[in-house]
Design a protein around this ligand. Structure first.
Ligand code: ZN
Length: 267
């Protein structure tokens, strides 16, 4: 199967057409090639390091969450040109999916984070609007210790190299929890939904200050760390489509730089 055809499979799984996204997202095939895909890999970011890892690992179809079109400055364009050059040279096709991959109810990032937090059996409803669609979840109908949720993030379920940041603005026992991966800092939505806790990747400093004042807990588990779920799950599904037998499959960022991850060992 050629990258173009495999990208169509991805778009079908993710229902890409139904999503508006930020201009930099450009969901779909961003770099292609004319050969049949043999090995599928994943990375959260389509940065130079991930592209080089893919080339070295023989990955010819790389699934990413943050593609190469973010930013329009002169420097951004330079960086982009270099990434494209390197991907072409190494024969790595790049397929990127942003909001569709956050939102997907089974393989999406937010669902992955819900599972990692051990909240997948609790009652949940879609929450967290970005570009007109809900991309996360709100979980309620139980009582969960804030410290327990933080431990889940720290304990390897959500791999974190810089530590989980906690703003203890709300109660120590959480009853209504918003879960949206990446950099979701819309406290208006959190407040309106009556949530006492938001689990996300990161927010800016003024949002941390506001959260304290509004009585909301923030559990900030890392932008990268909360967004490894979707790319892995999509890569797994695609592997079945092309009959890829490889077990090493992903570029895992670590404190000292990247490393190739063993298949099925994260999440
Ligand atoms: Zn993100």
């Amino acid at each position: 199967m050629k990258p173009r055809d495999l990208a169509r499979v991805c778009d079908r799984i993710l229902q890409t057409k139904k999503f508006k996204d930020y201009p930099g997202a450009r969901n779909g095939l961003q770099v292609g090639h004319g050969r049949s895909v043999e090995k599928i890999g994943w990375a959260v970011d389509a940065d130079l390091e991930s592209i080089r890892w893919a080339g070295k690992a023989g990955v010819d179809f790389l699934v990413v969450h943050h593609g190469i079109f973010w930013g329009e400055s002169v420097l951004d364009r330079k960086i982009r040109a270099r990434r494209v050059r390197e991907a072409k040279r190494l024969g790595v096709a790049i397929y990127s999916s942003h909001l569709p991959l956050d939102a997907h109810p089974e393989i999406g990032n937010s669902t992955g984070l819900v599972r990692a937090l051990g909240l997948d059996r609790a009652k949940r409803k879609p929450f967290g609007v970005a570009m007109g669609r809900r991309i996360g979840w709100k979980v309620e109908g139980g009582r969960w210790k804030r410290s327990g949720l933080v431990r889940r993030c720290e304990g390897g379920k959500v791999r974190r190299f810089g530590g989980v940041k906690v703003i203890q603005g709300g109660p120590a026992v959480c009853r209504k929890i918003g879960i949206v991966t990446g950099g979701f800092g819309d406290l208006d939505q959190v407040k309106k939904a009556g949530l006492d806790t938001l689990v996300t990747g990161e927010v800016d400093y003024p949002t941390e200050v506001k959260a304290r004042e509004l009585g909301i807990n923030l559990i900030l588990a890392g932008h990268y760390e909360t967004e490894t779920f979707g790319v892995q799950a999509l890569a797994d599904q695609l592997r079945a489509v092309v009959g890829d037998q490889w077990s090493e499959d992903g570029w895992q960022r670590t404190e000292t730089g990247g490393q190739m991850a063993e298949g099925g060992d994260q999440g």
